[in-house]
Design a protein around this ligand. Structure first.
Ligand code: FAD
Length: 417
């Protein structure tokens, strides 16, 4: 076992959120008078997709705020534009309403005077771009997993399989089953939704019209996200038993089931990748910080994918924490002291709580229910449809531009300058 570098900040987990946090800190360190040593532990660094490779089925809707954070991190420029699909509107409708009827709820970017609501892009593309940006800014990626943590007054000692690292701030960005969270004793409420999300890419008879389509069904939700090669990515969240039946179907039967569940909104559907199924659960850490340690992204909170917010919320955590840590460091303070970490925690917890509640309410009452509350919620949708003001409110949230934003989410590459 070899003792290695003393880091100011050690980020554990180089998923899109951890890689962005590390890149933001490394870039701001490059501009600052006081050097900041940033290390990143990631045992499973993926290879970037080749320019002409088919699109992965694991994609996300990245909000405008996320795009700006990726720009501030220097990652956006590493994301091949031909693999990115801007989307201009979302069409949302419950099972009781016919597709393409005037009752379908349309959220257009134009309500917020924006050209689009964000982009659909592969998770791997953004993750690899953020890792590349971190390395290009002089950051060090250690290809190892964290196994144990000891917190002292002056710093944190981190054990990996082959080394001992020391740091002043430890950032846990190691996903829903966070080892950091467990090792520093932060409790998380975790609850299964009893659902699985089936993801795959499909070709549709009708063009996707740069629109994200989402139908609320009694058994869950079905979304079609528009991709850059004119295909669409489906995210079909259903009760576990239904998921089992759908996965057991042969391809033609599954395609027929998709046509029925989508009410034919994009015509006939042809699968162009394998189907994958991901179990869905809600995770909420009670505290986001411990002494010299902060959690970000899925390590702190996991929400239902129906609102397409998980990674967007995580990137806002990354930018908020990077800002608190960088400001403390530039002011000559200890970046791992209680002050900057508590500031981060208060900020992000107050922004996250209403969003997590809203997402759960959508899942319970729109995507599942058939009772009186659900009927009321569906009536609420038609009320939303009648008010441009309310639609503007939802569009601003979809863009990720509501609430108190970190500097990187407001100003992109010009953050903290
Ligand atoms: C079906 C589905 C659809 C979704 N769609 C959207 C969407 O449209 N929009 C959206 O915003 N969100 C979406 N999400 C959510 C989004 O995928 C997650 O919120 C996001 O991937 C979380 O990123 P992360 O970096 O926090 O964690 P992860 O992506 O889980 O990354 C964690 C990293 O930590 C590393 N790691 C793990 N353990 C260790 C260890 N011990 N030591 C070191 N490293 C470690 C792992 O190798 C991994 O690279 C969706 C989720 C699902 C399931």
């Amino acid at each position: 076992m070899s003792a290695r570098t003393d880091w100011d900040v050690l980020v554990v987990g180089g998923g899109p959120v951890g890689a962005c946090a590390a890149a933001l800190l490394q870039r701001v360190a490059g501009k600052a008078r006081r050097p900041l040593r940033v290390g990143l532990l990631e045992p499973a660094r993926p290879t970037p997709p080749a320019a002409d490779a088919p699109l992965d089925a694991r994609v996300s809707a990245w909000s405008r705020a996320s795009e700006r954070i990726l720009r501030a991190a220097g990652a956006w420029e590493h994301m091949a534009p031909q693999r990115i699909s801007p989307y201009e509107r979302m069409c949302v409708w419950p099972e009781t309403v016919p597709a393409r009827s005037p009752k379908v709820l349309v959220f257009d970017a134009a309500y917020a005077a924006e050209a689009n609501l964000g982009v659909i892009a592969e998770n791997r593309l953004a993750q690899c771009a953020a890792l590349e940006a971190f390395a290009a800014a002089g950051g060090t990626i250690l290809p190892e997993a964290l196994s144990a943590v000891t917190i002292g007054e002056q710093g944190v000692e981190v054990r990996t399989g082959s080394s001992i690292e020391r740091c002043r701030v430890l950032i846990g960005a190691d996903g829903a089953n966070s080892r950091v969270r467990e090792a520093v004793g932060l409790f998380a409420h975790a609850q299964s939704y009893g659902q699985k999300a089936i993801v795959a890419n499909v070709r549709t008879e009708r063009p996707h019209e740069r629109t994200a389509w989402q139908r609320f069904l009694r058994t869950g939700t079905l979304a079609f996200l528009p991709l850059a090669d004119a295909s669409s990515s489906i995210v079909w969240s259903v009760d576990e038993a239904v998921a089992g039946e759908l996965l057991a179907m042969d391809v033609p039967r599954f395609e027929k089931a998709l046509l029925t569940a989508s009410d034919g909104v994009l015509g006939a559907v042809r699968l162009c990748t394998e189907r994958a199924a991901l179990p869905l659960r809600r995770v909420q850490a009670e505290r986001f910080t411990a002494a010299r340690c902060a959690l970000i992204g899925d390590a702190a909170h996991v929400v239902h994918p129906l609102a397409g917010q998980g990674v967007n919320l995580g990137l806002l955590d990354a930018a908020a924490l990077a800002e608190c840590v960088a400001r403390a460091h530039q002011a000559g303070e200890d970046p791992g002291a209680v002050g900057p970490l508590r500031r981060y925690e208060r900020w992000r917890k107050s922004e996250l709580a209403p969003m997590a509640l809203a997402i759960d309410a959508f899942n319970r009452f729109l995507a599942h229910g058939a009772g009186p509350v659900s009927r009321l919620a569906q009536r609420g949708l038609s009320w939303v449809n009648r008010s441009d003001e309310v639609k503007r409110f939802f569009v601003t949230h979809a863009l990720g531009l509501a609430g108190e934003l970190p500097d990187a989410a407001r100003r992109g590459d010009a953050w903290l300058s």
